[in-house]
Design a protein around this ligand. Sequence first.
Ligand SMILES: [Zn+2]
Length: 249
Amino acid sequence: MGSATTIGTCKLCLKQGHALRNSHIIPEFLYKRVYDAKGRFQIFSELKDRPSGYKQKGIREYLLCEKCEGKIGVWEKYVKELLFDRAPKGVDFFDRIEFHGVDYHKFKLFQLSLIWRMDVTSLDDFNAVNLGPRHSEHLRSMLDRCDPGEPYEYGCWLIHGACQIEEIGNAIVLPTSSPRKIMGHVCYRTVLGGFFWGFYVSSHMDQFTPEDIFMTKAGTLPVWKENPQVRKFMQAMIQPLADKFASTQ
Ligand SMILES: [Zn+2]
């Protein structure tokens, strides 16, 4: 572990000559429940050159100035408290649980920051995320301006993976893009904190039909759990990884 800071250009506000923080790419709270007694976490990779196995502590890089780190920290704190500490009572619709009164700004900006960090990092674990310069800059600008955009813009499909396949709660699956476009859009998938996060990255997301899969501006957050589409999707992506996990126990 090097020193806590280094001097450089902040990837978010682009200000030069700042002390940069050794920033988490994946926020610490999404590792918490997957740490074992030795502080390691099980990590899965679908990438051929990135073997699955155990890693020590989080994955970090000098990315952000103190101000930007603090800004993202506020969104992280909100999501951590909402999903992991407070666990609010949602309304069960069988195929999804809906949480109401969620802060659209903070939750959506957190989600945007997650996919953006996975894109801008130079760390090999996130090589599969490559949004291209236009989407990358658009996301950076949204985060810099604290603009969460429309629900469909870089919308994130949140699925409670651990309620489908228990092993999901014990693992991190590094992000990959879906092998095929989903309804014409690129989707990056990752598993963190027991949840499946599917980010749609596309320039024509406003034409996305099943828009209700995303959080709404009115503060309704659907967390999907059980429907034929979810099951098919989860089985295809997660079951092979769960099998791999079981075989390493
Ligand atoms: Zn900054």
